[in-house]
Design a protein around this ligand. Structure first.
Ligand code: UT7
Length: 356
């Protein structure tokens, strides 16, 4: 995982909008969130998390076949942020693309990565969830600006003869609720203009109460469907890793599943809602705290804009035995040099062929 150094606390927010720590903690469970600095972007956070994941997995970026980057705050409309990450880490033979399923995106991405491996389309897949929602939040809107934080998390998924990995996945959507949580401006429907800026259409717009009602309904339902599809029950699950949107939504999901809160991973108090990055960040912390071990079964469950929702039942396997030692410093140096040489070659070719 990778999060910005800068922390914004609830008392910092009290100085920006009409809110208070007590309201934010009691309604959301959030105490602080990380906010990207001037030089931090969705790609830089994603690359940081990616390098760390490759290091843990002992996998060289050159061995990656595919990079799936889930985000709702891409660097540009296009090119895909995944391609910027591919260049930064030097994943020379990987296909790369972005996936947009909002806060549910990481569940979609993990399932896609797993399907690519199972169908022999790929051996090593890097799945990343990365966000800098602080860049698209209206810092004058107390309904939304208190919720979101920035960060990234990444998984390396690998083909293996051992049982485990993604056992089942439930992916759902309902576009009739598209207007409940959106950034309406800047796309082809409302291209960026003085008017869209004036109307604030480039900011996150949210009907919090409706999203809340939807979330409390689908989180337990999707988790239940994911375990039933594997002929298991929640009693077989060691850890529930929910999307970290609101402590009350998480507790409602646990109640709906009759599942003990002690077995639910919660870290929303320190990160806020990092959208699609929240599940991989929570997973990394669960792993580091010894709450997720090889052989454990976990359900990851999320909901978000779209509307989308989904759950994945995963048997955690941990890194495969040693492959190629990864030196992050060397990898970064190689990637940067390769990128500079590739740009230089393009310029020289353009000059020679007369279009440079
Ligand atoms: O990844 C998915 C992202 N979205 C979500 O997860 C959002 C889901 N929804 C929620 O988490 C909750 O609906 C919120 C945390 C956004 C809001 O909590 P709520 O308990 O649903 O509050 P509310 O919208 O019903 O507002 C209650 C009151 C209102 O005042 P009045 O009309 O009762 O006088 C709001 O104006 O709280 C007021 N309020 C605030 N007060 C202090 C709204 N935001 C704030 C604030 N500080 N930041």
């Amino acid at each position: 995982m990778a999060v910005p150094d800068k922390i914004l606390t609830n008392s910092d927010l009290e100085k920006i909008v009409d809110t208070d720590d007590e309201w934010i903690v009691s309604r959301t469970g959030i105490r602080e969130r990380h906010i990207a600095g001037a030089n931090e972007t969705t790609a830089s956070l994603a690359s940081g998390a990616a390098m760390r994941a490759l290091e843990v997995a002992n996998l060289h970026p050159g061995d990656l076949d595919m990079i799936i980057l889930s985000t709702s705050s891409p660097e540009h409309i296009f090119p895909a942020t995944a391609c910027l990450v591919q260049d930064r880490i030097g994943a020379v033979k990987a296909g790369a693309f972005d996936l947009l399923a909002a806060c549910t995106g990481f569940i979609y991405a993990v399932n896609l990565g797993s399907q690519a491996i199972k169908s022999n389309g790929a051996e090593n897949v890097l799945v990343i969830g990365s966000e800098t929602l602080s860049r698209v939040v209206n810092w004058k809107d107390r309904n939304t600006c208190i919720l979101f934080g920035d960060g990234a998390g990444a998984f390396v998924m690998q083909a293996s003869e051992e049982p485990g990995g993604v056992m089942t996945a439930i992916l759902r959507s309902d576009g009739s609720g598209a207007d409940l949580l959106s950034i309406p401006g800047g796309g082809s429907r409302h291209p960026a203009s003085m008017q869209t800026l004036y109307d604030g259409l480039h900011y996150i717009q949210m009907n919090g109460r409706e999203v809340f009602r939807f979330a409390t309904r689908v989180m337990a339902e999707a988790s239940q469907q994911a375990v039933e599809a594997a002929n298991l029950t929640m009693n077989d699950i060691q850890l529930l890793i929910p999307h970290q949107a609101n402590q009350r939504i998480i507790e409602a999901a646990a109640r709906g599943l009759n599942y003990p809160m002690e077995q639910v991973m919660v870290n929303i108090e320190r990160y806020g809602n990092t959208s699609t990055a929240s599940i991989p960040i929570a997973t990394v912390e669960a792993f580091e705290q010894g709450r997720l071990n090889p052989g454990d079964k976990t359900v990851m469950v999320a909901f978000g804009s779209g509307l989308t929702w989904g759950a994945a039942l995963i048997e955690w396997t941990g890194p495969l035995p040693y492959r190629r030692k990864v030196s992050p410093r060397k990898v970064r140096w190689f990637a940067r040099t390769r990128s500079i040489l590739a740009r230089l070659r393009r310029r020289i070719e353009g000059f020679i062929w007369g279009n440079g």
